[in-house]
Design a protein around this ligand. Structure first.
Ligand code: TXA
Ligand code: MG
Length: 340
């Protein structure tokens, strides 16, 4: 198979819709990263997602829902996605407040699973990850389809997430038929994941653009930070090694002929201090977090494909790494550097 990259025209979206309704998988753009989508209520489609990614079935998927104005627990429960009985009054109010504040957008909520969601999507967990993407192409396709889409990032398991259609083709081009091109992703790192328990306690499982502070403020409480990293499948989303380049990567000071991912600064000036065959990429010359996040996976991929044999990444400056995008970039770099 060789994937076709198509523009998001009415005809191509109709083709994507037919493919999805027939149980196929289609790569689609979201505001964070590209996703490999299949109809979330179709176990055969979900199985194809796991197969294409070579993803272990203990790592559950995120369910993407279409844009509606009145998103809330009741509306998700009516669609069978969430089990409202699993949430107390405080939890419901907090979930509703978060959906009102941040949907559509890069916030994934872990909620009690509804009856329409097959076991395979949640790896048998009694919770489900749900988000409403904010990307015109994803929104149009979800509206056309009228069904939720399960979609993990469209990379092979453990590899660097794709932020362009070309990245998806490099990862999965030999395994899927259709990639809908929606341009480069505006955010560039995956959604923030927050778990909500029956009593309404919030736990940050994966940092993203929306920080713990902002999420806590919108919910009227504080957000606990999960233990940083784990290797146990019981803490999905928290696998230590992830987003990994093929080449060894460490965080710290570069020397010699390395591939160096600088957080900020001037690439030529940095290269002048390194070996003659060093390859330098800069996330944001001015140190702007939004720009750095947008560039993160593309630059990491370039270094992975360069002639450099080992990679070094500059840690995110501590003052920026506490929350939100800075925290998200630091988290992804740490996981990319985790020993495999
Ligand atoms: O921005 C995003 O979230 C992108 C785009 C495509 O929407 N998707 C994404 O999916 O990052 P994926 O599969 O690469 O990451 C989903 C994470 C996984 O780490 C998984 O373990 C976690 O969500 N997850 C899914 N269901 C969960 C659950 N019930 N409880 C805890 N974590 C869960
Ligand atoms: Mg992923």
């Amino acid at each position: 198979m060789s994937a076709e990259i198509v523009g998001a025209t009415a005809e191509e979206l109709e083709r994507a819709r037919r493919e999805l309704l027939a149980g196929g998988v289609v790569a689609i753009p979201t505001e964070t990263v590209y996703g490999l989508a299949g109809v979330a209520t179709d176990p055969a489609a979900v199985a194809r997602i796991f197969a294409a990614k070579e993803r272990p079935t203990f790592d559950p998927l995120i369910v993407h829902v279409g844009h509606v104005r009145a998103a809330g627990v009741d509306q998700l429960a009516a669609a069978g996605i969430v089990d409202a009985d699993g949430l107390g009054e405080v939890a419901r109010a907090r979930a509703d407040a978060l959906m009102r504040a941040f949907w559509p957008g890069p916030l994934t909520l872990i909620l009690p699973r509804g009856e329409a969601i097959p076991d395979l999507v949640t790896s048998g967990l009694d919770t489900v990850a749900v988000r409403m993407p904010r990307h015109p192409v994803a929104e149009r396709l979800l509206a056309l389809l009228g069904k939720p889409l399960a979609a993990p990032s469209a990379n092979r398991f453990g590899r660097i997430s794709p932020t362009t259609a070309a990245h998806v083709a490099a990862e999965l081009g030999d395994r899927i038929a259709l990639i809908v091109d929606g341009g480069p992703c505006a955010v560039g790192v995956e959604s923030t994941i927050v778990a909500l328990d029956r009593d309404g306690a919030l736990t940050l499982l994966r940092p993203g653009l929306l920080g713990a502070e902002a999420i806590g403020a919108a919910a009227g409480t504080t957000v606990a930070r999960a233990a940083r990293v784990s290797d146990t499948p019981s803490a999905p989303g928290m696998l230590a090694s992830h987003y990994a380049p093929r080449k060894p990567l460490r965080l710290g000071e570069p020397a010699g002929d390395v591939g160096y991912l600088a957080f900020s600064g001037d690439a030529a000036a940095i290269a002048a201090r390194l070996g003659p065959r060093a390859v330098v990429r800069v996330l944001s010359p001015s140190g702007d977090l939004a720009e750095a996040a947008r560039n993160l996976f593309a630059r990491l991929r370039e270094l992975d494909e360069s002639a450099a044999e080992t990679l070094v990444a500059e840690p995110v400056p501590t003052a920026l790494a506490a929350d939100g995008l800075g925290h998200a970039i630091a988290d992804r770099l740490q996981r990319a550097a985790a020993a495999r």
